[in-house]
Design a protein around this ligand. Sequence first.
Ligand SMILES: [Zn+2]
Length: 167
Amino acid sequence: MNITRAYRGWRINLVTRNHRIYGFRPDGLTAPARCHPAQRQDNVLHKHHRSPHTDCECGWRLITNSQRFPEYFDGIARHWWRDRVAIQVETVGPTLPGVDSRQGPDPHDTIRARQLRWIPGSKIVIPGRLAALTEPLAANYPGRVVVLPSRDWSAFTDVVSETEVCP
Ligand SMILES: [Zn+2]
């Protein structure tokens, strides 16, 4: 495992019913990922282990290549991304590359991480079709919401150069 380098990238992330970014604690970190037997289908090892694991498909995911973001997340099979937003994150602790999981292969440039940090001050990017989320999200995260001029993610690469927090 690579424990020395922190990767920075983008992630499609669920929004809660209270219009919060799902999975991130008030300190901006996720919980450390781990697998428990029988609780999650993606526990390929069927035993307790910390994530990511070389013989499993677990871990928090991010994509390091923002330029290819639209092609990854506008695919027909990507319907489960429908109500989700893009946020910029960095890895904390061990990482591994993406894998060919039972939901299909991870996109190129996928990194699996034990833990993620939501980068302070970074933007929450939402596709135009979810513009109705703008106001409730902005109430929780003032000044951080950016709506793409496209209904889908196609305008992401144009907009991201203005919103991306550089290392
Ligand atoms: Zn696992």
